[in-house]
Design a protein around this ligand. Structure first.
Ligand code: M6R
Length: 608
């Protein structure tokens, strides 16, 4: 989604900001722009398309500026176009970059039009620029006019604002859209994501909702919405872990798939003892807090939702605790029935997914007191809103299609399962076995990454098809859904996942010789039933590819079979997702789609 990077310095900030924009590309965007001040005037450069095109459009080389604001836009209000790209401006004086959605922009726009303002874009952001200008016309200075304008905004925003006539000041504001201040020596920066600033600083202040900041070269002031000075801790963050280097791979998705064994190791490191999880890994007091937990509610979106659905099975089977999973975008609307002693868990790679975040806030307001987030980004909004956090430690995930985030979420959810089992005194010998099998998971995932021929051969079967079906039962059904999501998001092939037993209740009508079906075949009590489902498809000439821990000879009639390493039944689905990721990846390569930045999608979905 949209990205912001602004800077004010004694040195030229333009190369820093353009590099920052490139580092934000992974979030997904359709246009980019920047405004820089030089010799008492401000120049705006905007472009529909890639950041590289923006830099080439007018040669930014040779231009020097000490102050600029820059943006990548993912269209919400108004089509992707140069006009709608940010910065938006008012009367060549006030310049604004904005992430989020201003919900009352129509009212504000009407009022401003009646005051004589002309709008040239379809964006909600242009309203903000005119509003600041309007209050300046009424006699307020830039700071007071900005404060007043911001107080009129309803909705979500991260803002960077600049006034042509007030050099050496950039104003930032945050409400439910991330914004971080990066501090340097005689320079300060503002960004929606520390990824943008990692090459220039390791000192960050994370702004909170309602706060406004005043960025100058030598200092930064932060105030709360009431105008009173706010104190924000400066945090030192190792910027090396924010590398956006492909490291010899062709795509970030490919790199991140192959990083999975190491990523799982990092998730588990220091968290597992000989037979149990270590105490305190979720934060001090977690064990005492979960002793009486009788219900688990999980909220997540997309891939993170699929990880949650797997935990649901684990919770029922190993804890006997009822677990409910809801989409972040739906939870609030279901008028959830609150139960006592509920542990509310959010799962998210980015920690900034607006749907998940707003549901967490809603849950807290409506009486869920105990909250945990499983998240990949320290200091993200979900981490800050939750009582307890378990970081997945997967390292930055740049590819829009989530891969290593998923397997590390599952590793962390397994740590949650083991911890709850211990605190609820469940199945000590199973705990021991699971702990030991979890330690072997990186090795099995590593072995699964070696069967590239099989994945490429399957991709050849898929890439000319219009649709594909994924089947699974029990724990493998969420994996089938994850496989279908991967295929559709990066190859644009329509893919659906069904619980295998549901096939005969409708989707069987789709089966003919042109329909590839990927069936996940476990080595458990579901085996016979899924064998029958495979035969149902084969009898109608559907092309079935099977994936699972059993050998080829043990599977009923099939087109091709991919054998994965066998581990405990509860962990095997984690290994099973790896072939699905790679099959999607190779299918997308054959189709020639933009693997890391699939059309219409954003990495971090910060609007509801
Ligand atoms: O950052 P989150 O895990 O909260 O993101 C949730 C979804 O937007 C995300 O998983 C999305 O579905 C991915 N593109 C899937 O590959």
């Amino acid at each position: 989604m949209c990205g912001i990077v602004c800077g004010i310095s004694k040195r030229n900030v333009l190369p820093i900001l353009t590099e920052g924009l490139s580092r934000l590309e992974y979030r997904g965007y359709d246009s980019a722009g920047l405004a820089y001040s030089s010799k008492k005037s401000v120049t705006v450069v905007k472009n529909q398309g890639r950041v590289a095109d923006l830099v080439n459009k007018v040669s930014l080389k040779g231009i020097e500026t000490n102050q600029a604001i820059a943006h990548t836009r993912w269209a919400t209000h108004g089509v992707p176009s140069e006009k709608n790209a940010h910065p938006q401006f008012s009367k060549n004086k006030i310049y604004v970059v904005h992430n989020g959605i201003i919900e009352n922009h129509n009212n504000l726009r009407d009022n401003l039009i009646s005051e004589g303002y002309k709008f040239i874009s379809a964006t909600d952001t242009e309203t903000i620029a005119h509003l600041v200008h309007f209050f300046m016309e009424k006699g307020l200075d830039f700071e007071s006019a900005s404060l007043k304008a911001i107080s009129k905004l309803q909705g979500t925003y991260a803002l960077g604002i600049m006034d042509k006539d007030v050099p050496d000041l950039i104003i930032g504001a945050r409400n439910q859209s991330p914004l971080v201040i990066g501090q340097g020596y005689d320079e300060n920066f503002l960004a929606s994501d520390i990824m943008a600033l990692a090459p220039v600083t390791n000192k960050f202040k994370f702004m909170e909702d309602g706060q406004i900041c005043f960025l100058e070269k030598e200092q930064v002031q932060v105030v709360n919405s009431n105008g009173l000075k706010a104190k924000l801790k400066t945090q030192e963050i190792d910027s090396h872990s924010y590398s956006n280097d492909l490291g010899g791979y062709n795509h970030f998705m490919e790199k991140e798939i192959f990083e999975q064994p190491k990523a799982i190791e990092n998730s588990l490191e220091g968290r597992l003892g000989k037979n149990e999880t270590q105490e305190g890994i979720f934060g001090a007091g977690f064990e005492a807090a979960v002793k009486d937990v009788a219900n688990i509610q999980i909220i997540a979106c997309g891939t993170s939702f699929h990880a949650a659905r797997i935990f649901e099975y684990w919770s029922h089977k190993f804890l006997g605790i009822n677990c409910r999973v809801d989409y972040g975008s739906e939870y609030k609307y279901q008028e959830p029935v609150k139960s006592k002693n509920t542990l509310l868990v959010t799962i998210s790679q980015s920690g900034e997914t607006a749907d998940t975040l707003s549901s967490l806030k809603f849950a807290k307001k409506t009486g869920d007191p105990l909250t945990l987030t499983i998240c990949n980004v320290a200091n993200s909004s979900l981490c800050r809103e939750s009582d307890f956090t378990l970081l997945t430690n997967a390292g930055p995930e740049i590819g829009v299609a989530s891969t290593k985030a998923f397997v590390t979420q599952l590793a962390c959810l397994n740590l949650l399962l083991l911890t709850l089992m211990r605190e609820h005194k469940k199945l000590p010998s199973a705990r021991k076995k699971i702990t030991s099998a979890l330690k072997d998971l990186p090795k099995h995932v590593g072995a699964t990454l070696k069967k590239l021929d099989a994945y490429q051969a399957t991709a050849k079967l898929l890439f000319k098809r219009n649709s594909a079906l994924f089947l699974g039962r029990g724990l493998y059904f969420p994996i089938a859904r994850e496989g279908a999501l991967k295929l559709k998001e990066i190859s644009y092939i329509h893919a659906e996942a069904y619980p295998a037993g549901e096939l005969k209740h409708g989707p069987l009508a789709l089966i003919d010789k042109d329909m590839p079906v990927i069936a996940l075949v476990p080595d458990n009590e579901h085996l016979d039933k899924i064998q029958s489902n495979i035969e149902e498809v084969a009898a109608r000439k559907g092309k079935v590819i099977t994936i699972g821990p059993l050998g080829r000879t043990k599977i009923a009639k099939e087109g091709g079979h991919i054998k994965i390493p066998k581990t405990l039944d509860l962990l095997n689905p984690i290994i099973c997702v790896v072939p699905l990721q790679l099959i999607s990846y190779y299918t997308a390569l054959l189709k020639g789609t933009d693997v890391d930045k699939p059309r219409n999608l954003a990495k971090s979905v910060t609007v509801e």
